[in-house]
Design a binder for this molecule. Structure first.
Ligand code: BGP
Length: 455
């Protein structure tokens, strides 16, 4: 059994430093549903999911987990889990239905109720402003290719900080700008489904600028702890051949360096300069490089890259990472790569690097309840166990990691995978919307309970 080596055992589970935050993560479009209620405007994910062939099972986020109507039950689950932190995102088009203009009071009121319920239950919200659901009206004007979207995003940031910063300490402007621009605008497997290839680098630049502009507005309106949530994947060359090594370095610069270097150092990686002709405009880098109170890392797996054929559209191709167990999503399970990434990250950026928070980590295992209603997802326990231990080892080696947020609290609408991939600690029956805590829920709960209390 390939999983034997990483089998979970709570009794010898490491103690994380006092005050280490254990949480769960979700995103608005993936759980809320109520897509046409409360004055919410359409987003690019409503449009995309309605297009034939875009979503694996033809589903959408129209109902998803119906969290909009069931958030009290979901907060009660978090409380039972024992997590004192929860990462959620706001639906921009609930708050500004067209992405511009005055706020929709009903949208703000929904988040008031949600945030108040969290706080009353002793759970600190960490709020992401943008987890991929751009108001459709902004996309109609060019979306993130249009620099004006950055101004709109800054105005939205001001609205939400003014309303919620009295109760929300931790803020993240944009979830995974690399995934949003690469999948959304370069290859088109995510909304808005555009296939601009390298012309999508303007999207990346505008998202980075949005990150900086939003942070300025968040702080101006009272936010005290602001970070990011960048997806990082160690990139491995498929072979020692110069061509494969070169292709993997280029992809590493595009996937990892293109976002972290502007945020931390105020410059693009040197390897990308030939591709970035005309970028950036003077002054943008100073705006992008805002001091960060924490650096959020979303980690799933390493990637393997080879050189593409000469006539290919992109100079790199992806290869399977072999020799490891895989999740039901087909992604390799490599906890060592997380530990190595964290140690490398600190070694390379030292003083420029704020404390790290793992803002997402988790796996898809599609286990259903058995006859007695038990969801025995031992493989998720093994996955989380090994990845939290990897974080603990990195901390022992001097990396300052302050928290771990499991993706996800509950099974949800997993973008292009629709409802086919289950990442939750809580099982959701998408017919009845009944929630069932899985075995991994009980395990995570006991890990948290076994940690030393903060003095
Ligand atoms: C991350 C996203 C999450 C979540 C996760 C799982 O990139 O931030 O929102 O969806 O990936 O990926 P997928 O839904 O493709 O299986």
């Amino acid at each position: 059994d390939a999983h034997g080596a990483i089998f979970a055992n709570v009794s010898d589970f490491p103690q994380l430093p006092a005050g280490f935050r254990f949480g769960t993560s979700t995103a608005a479009y993936q759980i809320e549903g109520a897509a046409t209620e409360g004055g919410r405007g359409p987003s690019i994910w409503d449009t995309f999911a309605a297009q034939e062939g875009r979503i694996l099972d033809g589903s959408s986020g129209e109902v998803a987990c119906d969290h909009y109507h069931r958030f009290e039950e979901d907060v009660a689950l978090m409380k039972r889990l024992g997590t004192k932190d929860y990462r959620l995102s706001l639906s921009w088009s609930r708050i500004q239905p067209t992405g511009r203009g005055p706020a929709n009071e009903e949208g703000l009121a929904f988040y008031d109720r949600l945030i108040d319920t969290l706080v009353e239950n002793g759970i600190a919200p960490m709020v992401t402003l943008y987890h991929w659901d751009l108001p459709q009206a902004l996309e109609d004007d060019g979306g993130w290719l249009n620099r004006e979207t950055v101004d709109c995003f800054a105005a939205y940031a001001a609205i939400v900080a003014e309303r919620f910063a009295d109760r929300v300490a931790h803020w993240i402007p944009i979830n995974e700008p690399n995934v949003a621009s690469f999948l959304g605008y370069a290859v088109g497997t995510h909304a808005p489904g555009r296939t601009l290839l390298f012309d999508s680098l303007w999207v990346s630049h505008h998202m980075l600028l949005g990150h900086g502009r939003a942070i300025i507005e968040l702080r101006r309106h009272g936010a005290t702890s602001v970070g990011c949530a960048n997806n990082h994947a160690p990139v491995w060359p498929a072979s020692d051949d110069d061509a494969d090594v070169g292709a993997s370095k280029l992809f590493d610069a595009l996937w990892n360096g293109m976002f972290l270097e502007p945020m931390l150092l105020g410059r693009y990686p040197a390897d990308l300069m030939p591709l970035l002709d005309g970028l950036p405009e003077t002054g943008d880098m100073a705006t992008i490089r805002q001091p960060l109170d924490f650096y959020g890392v979303n980690y799933y797996n390493p990637m393997k890259v080879a050189a593409a054929a000469e006539d290919a559209e992109m100079p790199f191709v992806f290869r399977d990472v072999l020799g490891y167990p895989i999740t039901d999503r087909g992604w390799p399970v490599v906890p060592d790569a997380l530990r190595e990434w964290l140690i490398m990250f600190r070694a390379r950026y030292r003083a420029a690097l704020p404390p790290i928070v793992i803002t997402e980590s988790g796996a898809a295992y599609n286990v259903e309840p058995d006859e007695s209603g038990v969801v025995d997802d031992q493989l998720r326990i093994d996955y989380l166990d090994a990845h939290i231990r990897a974080v603990a080892t990195a901390i022992e080696r001097g990396v300052d990691v302050r928290g771990y947020f499991c993706w996800s609290l509950m099974d949800n609408f997993e973008w292009a995978e629709g409802l086919t991939q289950r990442y939750g600690l809580v099982h959701v029956d998408f017919e009845t919307l009944v929630r069932t805590p899985k075995k991994s829920f009980e395990w995570y709960s006991s890990v948290i309970a076994a940690q030393q209390p903060v003095e």
